[in-house]
Design a protein around this ligand. Structure first.
Ligand code: SF4
Length: 347
């Protein structure tokens, strides 16, 4: 079986029509690639359109305040992508006169552009023969060629990169890379791939050996961390308190209500008797209103269990005065908030 030929034949008949395809504008390609990392196409497409409308060029994106970029990103998750996007746009404007470097090697010098994105931009925009292997690529190649080398090790990555270098047709590198992405999303999917209708099945090792679920092989499973978040929605007259998350942690740069985080589930009496609670309120009398149901929020390597306490206070404690922004409730819309917090507000 000629892998590339069969794959491209399928691609020309079934490729997805998406707004960032059939363009060789590196800015559009880059933006779509960053949005689509860890995001489904259907979810990412409206974000891409919104970004293009608000920031039609890399210069527009570089000139925007980070807060505005984060706000537009709200709901997509993995906010470090938005911060890197903004940072890389500024590097391109400041260091390259607003023009993207034209090769994979040069693109890789930009902080925030990794091997996959560099290869995608170089092949789609500049026709460089650079294979872009993401999760789709690893899955398809490991299944078709029966490769049991783990895809998340240096040796595994090297092996797959070498194989892809051999397979990529020099005349159509961009189409080959796009084809791997579309084929991985539509046919050779992680669960229940469509093997019976697959044009590669005749030469597919995993299909022949009925071992599709064994590929791709991974060396380690990342441990899932469980965290308990108690958010305090504290009202003083018509205002509430928020702070920016500055720590190197999830949601860096986003805003949230005062938070007490614990390693285990804590009942209200214990939470209110705790040090963090006392430090936050001091002598100020608090009136507890509604306590939400516990909300489970799943991130890639973490599960958050969040409970929101609605609290009214007659005056502002010193800790709230110094450590938090006091804004009117209507102004909350002007701040970028994690999806978990907007979910609570919508309710
Ligand atoms: S036969 Fe199945 S496992 Fe093999 S490439 Fe096709 S869809 Fe993937």
């Amino acid at each position: 079986m000629d892998f590339a030929k069969e794959l491209l034949k399928w691609y020309h008949a079934h490729r997805r029509s998406l707004p960032w395809k059939r363009t060789n504008d590196p800015y559009k390609i880059w933006l779509s690639e960053i949005i689509l990392q860890q995001t489904r196409v259907e979810q990412g497409e409206p974000y891409y359109l919104r970004f293009m409308e608000r920031f039609p060029t890399v210069q527009d994106l570089a000139a925007a305040p980070l807060d505005e970029v984060l706000r537009l990103w709200q709901g997509l998750g993995y906010y470090s992508r938005a911060r890197h996007l903004h940072d890389t746009a500024q590097q391109i404007v400041a260091g390259y006169g607003g023009r993207f470097p034209r090769s994979r090697e040069a693109l890789l010098k930009l902080k925030g552009i990794g091997p996959y994105t560099a290869a995608a931009i170089a092949s789609f925009a500049f026709n460089e023969v650079a294979p872009a292997i993401d999760g789709n690529g690893y899955r398809i190649l490991s299944r078709v060629f029966g490769i049991d080398e783990p895809v998340d090790t240096g040796a595994g990555k090297k092996l797959f990169a070498e194989l892809a270098e051999e397979l990529i047709p020099p005349a159509h590198p961009g189409d080959f890379n796009q084809a791997l992405m579309d084929f991985g999303s539509l046919v050779c999917t992680p669960a229940r791939p469509l093997c019976t209708d697959c044009p590669l099945s005749a030469g597919c090792h995993a299909s022949a050996h009925k071992s599709v679920e064994k590929f791709p092989v991974k060396s380690k499973r990342t441990a899932i961390r469980t965290r308990y978040f108690y958010y305090l929605f504290i009202r003083h007259k018509n205002s509430v308190f928020i702070r920016k998350r500055t720590e190197k942690d999830i949601w860096q740069g986003l805003y949230e209500f005062p938070l007490i985080e614990t390693a285990e589930r804590v009942p209200p009496e214990k939470l209110m008797a705790g040090e963090k609670w006392t430090a936050l309120f001091g002598d100020v009398p608090v009136k507890i209103g509604r306590v939400s149901e516990e909300i489970k929020h799943q991130l890639t390597h973490q599960i958050l269990y969040a409970t929101f306490y609605t609290i009214d206070i007659p005056n502002i404690s010193p800790a709230l005065q110094t450590g938090y922004l006091n804004i009117s409730i209507e102004m909350l819309d002007d701040y970028s908030l994690p999806r978990l917090v907007t979910f609570f507000l919508e309710k």
